[in-house]
Design a protein around this ligand. Structure first.
Ligand SMILES: Cc1ncc(COP(=O)(O)O)c(C=O)c1O
Length: 325
């Protein structure tokens, strides 16, 4: 088969298990991983590598900023010991999009293996994996594919899987054995996540019926636009600059208003059937609202009405938070 062929390998567990499977199975004993971090999931990648006693270097970028490709390039040029580069595509901590294409080009030119955690973005936005120079992409069944939790998958360059045989640091998370086992008899090596796979099959049909990834991406983009515009009208400020914001999830700052109490806000919304996501930022009080999944523009409109009601309940009026024009 031609070099550059990709294989899809399924792995039981949540998304983190699959990231761990890639790092523990692919990076050689004398390898070194560079991780670019601008949020919790980048930090987790580095934590996984360090726990596995893999030599690891990190580039830490403020959470509101995308990773800078030149910074990665400089480190790679300076340190020839680095064999692998890891980065999160959509860092779900904030909803920021990192520049996979530029970083992929640099990694390819400098002959490093590029690992991308596209957990929250794969299937929700068009992505040319080969064109972006991605060698290993990780995602899971339960994000933009809209399946249920239970397994994740890796899109891996075949040549890298072949080369990595015998490198695994774990039996259950051995990606190469998993791939080979599946190729040999079509079976998972251990108890398969049967229900999650059946659900996945169904959701792939739904994805196709929605117009594939392009169709799904346009619904998510519409969801996010309605959300952000509506929230701004209610006085909430998105944490990220618009050009860095994905349509996957949006972080909003707490209202600077003594009567705004996030716990109360959260419960008022959940009483109306809407569960939002507490913030994960290290430098600002925030909460997050996702716009992926089986969510449609009318659901986002209904959420905005529920948010307005909750603010009224908390006796916060729009004129208190939005300066009159
Ligand atoms: C970008 C990213 N990476 C990794 C994970 C971890 O996935 P899991 O919670 O399924 O282990 C998540 C979960 O939201 C994520 O968004």
């Amino acid at each position: 088969m031609e070099d550059g062929t990709y294989e899809a390998v399924l792995m039981q567990g949540s998304g983190t298990f699959v990231v761990e499977s890639v790092i523990s199975s692919l990076v050689p004993r004398d390898g070194k991983l560079l991780v670019a971090i601008n949020g919790a999931y980048g930090r987790r990648m580095a934590e996984i590598a360090k726990t596995l006693a893999i030599e690891t270097e990190v580039i830490i970028v403020p959470e509101a900023q995308p990773v800078a490709p030149t910074q990665i390039e400089n480190v790679l040029v300076r340190d020839p010991a680095i064999t692998h580069v890891g980065m999160v595509h959509c860092e779900t901590t904030t909803g920021i999009l990192n520049p996979v294409e530029e970083v992929g080009r640099i990694a390819r030119r400098l002959q490093r293996t590029f690992i991308v955690d596209a957990m929250s973005s794969f299937g929700g936005m068009p992505m040319d994996i080969r064109g972006c120079g991605i060698d290993l992409l990780v995602s899971s069944a339960n994000k933009c594919i809209q399946g249920v939790p239970g397994f994740g998958f890796v899109l891996a360059r075949r040549a890298l899987l072949l080369e990595a045989e015998g490198r695994a640091r774990s039996v259950s998370l051995d990606l190469v054995s998993q791939w080979k086992g599946m190729e040999t008899d079509g079976q998972f090596r251990f108890t398969p996540p049967t229900h999650a796979i059946l659900a996945f099959w169904r959701t792939l049909q739904e994805l196709e019926a929605e117009g594939g990834i392009t169709g799904r991406a346009s619904r998510y983009a519409e969801n996010a636009q309605i959300l952000i515009e509506g929230m701004e009208k209610l006085g909430f400020e998105p944490y990220l600059a618009r050009q860095n914001q994905s349509h996957i999830i949006t972080s909003f700052r707490y209202l600077k208003q003594p009567d705004f109490d996030f716990k109360r806000f959260y419960h008022l919304l959940s009483d109306q059937g809407f569960v939002i996501y507490p913030g994960k930022l290290s430098d600002a009080d925030s909460f997050r609202i996702g716009t992926i999944g089986h969510i449609f523009p009318e659901d986002v409109q209904a959420l905005l009405v529920a948010i307005q009601r909750s603010l009224e309940e908390m006796r916060i009026s729009r004129s208190q938070v939005v300066p009159e024009a």
